[in-house]
Design a protein around this ligand. Structure first.
Ligand code: CA
Length: 397
């Protein structure tokens, strides 16, 4: 298969998605170069004729590896050309759908730089990290039903918020709509109630990753979050990329994680603390405004899963858990506007002459990322994009 230099989808990536063409049903494919390979047509397996990836997710790592090896063979062995060629569809002719049915959705807060930045912005003069932050990965359960695929417009949320100096809250469109650049982990193999997943068993349960944008209404969030955490400020929409990049494609991206002190409690310990060398790009109306690095995330993907199940809560196929906003230590490495504009006090100047603190109606946010691939090149994750639509008027009582 010829794949052009710089493509997100070389043969050592092979991310899974769900696609359709006009008049044909949704089904599973993998991206290769500028094409989608129709898996249902080339593999004798009903899992790939389904409108979601969940059946394949549930099969587990041995089957995942078998299918991956078979796809590599199809795409690299000249003798397979008669089978493969008729089932390659140009990417620009397909519609991409939500790649899997999302079971439960959890969002963590695993970047020390993000957590400390928010502490400094929201609680100046105090310790930037909450006292429990280095002991456990903080998180909350979000709303699975409003996870949408890239390209889905996001309607500006409405709700109660407190305007500066006002005696009480108002109800209205959010005026501080923000983004959070994150990595989402897709769970394949479920567990039973009472079972927890040790850090060493991450690869037996997690199939792959998606890019994720945790749209956040900072004004709704600020008014509602004490003491029970994020609620309506987050639940209106979470966008994910259409391609699930398998963990198997990210082996060359595994790097040591940053030092952890104090040493975490037993169930959070790892034989080797690891992270992923993934660099994101956050684009606002076509202009890159930030390049958040994932490698320095304090809590590893395996520690997040171990913590998520530490109380015996069961996993389901299709569970999605997100890393939390990815922010690095440098300027231009933050994964949210609240950090990039320091709470809205330092507007971003854009090339078109405009300035932004938070998002305006019509703004288009795009997240991309890249990682080292097994062959020594780079692989990408496809684009995750969404446009902000104006708030919808609230019906009269
Ligand atoms: Ca988040």
């Amino acid at each position: 298969m010829p794949v052009s230099e710089g493509s997100d989808f070389p043969v050592d990536n092979l991310p899974y998605g769900v696609f359709s063409t006009p008049g044909t049903p949704r089904r599973v494919g993998v991206a290769i170069g500028g094409w989608v390979l129709d898996l249902g047509a080339v593999l004798d397996d009903p899992d790939f004729r389904a409108p979601a990836l969940n059946a394949h997710l549930s099969r587990g790592p041995e089957r995942w590896a078998e299918v991956r090896a078979r796809i590599v063979e199809l795409l690299t062995d000249e003798r397979r050309r008669p089978l493969v060629e008729p089932n390659l569809i140009p990417l620009d002719r397909v519609t991409l759908h939500l790649p899997f049915e999302v079971a439960d959705y959890v969002d963590f807060y695993a970047s020390e730089h993000h957590a400390a930045n928010l502490g400094r912005i929201l609680r100046p003069g105090q310790d930037p990290l909450p006292p429990n932050w280095r002991h456990l990965p903080l998180g909350y359960h979000g709303r699975a039903g409003t996870v949408v695929v890239s390209g889905t417009p996001v309607v500006r949320p409405r709700g109660q918020h407190l305007e500066h100096g006002a005696p009480g809250p108002v109800d209205g469109p959010s005026r501080r709509l923000d983004v959070e650049v994150e990595l989402g982990f897709v769970v394949g193999v479920p567990t039973v109630p009472g079972e927890s997943v040790p850090t060493s068993r991450f690869d037996r349960h997690v199939f792959g990753v998606v890019l994720l944008n945790d749209w956040s209404a900072r004004d709704l969030q600020a008014w509602e979050y004490v003491p029970l955490g994020p609620f309506l400020g987050k639940s209106f929409a979470t966008s994910i990329s259409p391609w699930v990049v398998p963990m198997a494609a990210l082996r060359a991206a595994r790097v040591p994680g940053p030092p952890q002190s104090p040493e975490p409690v037993g169930y959070l310990r790892e034989e080797r603390h690891w992270s992923l060398d993934i660099t994101f790009e956050l684009e606002l109306n076509g202009e890159v405004v930030s390049r958040p690095p994932f490698a320095q995330m304090y809590w590893s993907p395996a520690q997040l899963l171990a913590h998520l199940t530490a109380n015996g809560a069961a996993l389901r196929t299709g569970d999605l858990y997100a890393s939390g906003t990815v922010s690095g230590p440098g300027p231009g490495e933050a994964g949210s506007l609240i950090e990039l504009t320091w709470g809205g006090t330092r507007p971003l100047r854009l090339r078109d002459g405009s300035a932004r603190t938070f998002l305006e109606d019509g703004d288009v946010v795009t997240i991309r990322a890249s990682a080292p691939s097994a062959s020594g090149g780079r692989l990408g994750f496809g684009a995750l994009t969404g446009r902000v639509l104006p708030a919808v008027p609230r019906p009269e009582r």
